[in-house]
Design a protein. Sequence first.
Lengths: 173, 71
Amino acid sequence: MNTSSNKKHNNIRNKLTAILAMHLVGAFLATAAPLKEGDAFPDLHQFGLEGTVPDTHGKVVLVDFFASWCHPCQESFPAMEELYQHYAVKGLVIIAINLDKNKADMDDFLKSHPASFVILRDAGNKLVSQVKIPTMPSSFLLDRDGKVHAFHRGFKGDETRKQYTDEIEALLK
Amino acid sequence: MKIRLLLILPAAVGLLTGCVNVQPWERGNLADPAMDTGRAPLAGMMAEHMWFSREAASGGRGVGGGGCGCN
């Protein structure tokens, strides 16, 4: 094989390596970590969410991402309702953000899991694409400055319920 | 060489872009009970036994077929 042919092979190899590298970088970016503690949570008004975004200024806020097909989400709703009933008067706001493809699925879910806290719908997945939650459900507890105080990956029954309670009580002091 | 390059590049791009991460909030269809390959454990055991007896084939059925990957 002559030198010219070797150069061409190297050229092809370099191009293929570059393509592979680009895809690996893309895959890495697609699995980027969610917001960290201390990060400012994005302004919910920016994402065209369905529903009325409440005033959260100076409040402790629990932002929860849920979908009707997610079984742990079904367990989390009674727990969040309990928290809301107990701590709303002290300044807790709970915002549950639905990620179902069809609004009817969300409506059915809310019939069997009634909630008096705020429900919004991220129909275009704009917010969740920015926040990049790693699993369903996921929730962010925000302090009175709108910064992430704690992140909850999934809902693990009493364990998560106790964590919520301890963290909310600490923030509401 | 150019022809080979023209064949390899689209194939590489096509194959590599086939690998996508299904985002956690897009797993509604995977969470459907119909996606569960182990819905009938008894039927599964019988099929496994039949394949082993007739074709000497076994294993390879340990991978989950569905689920929302929640929690």
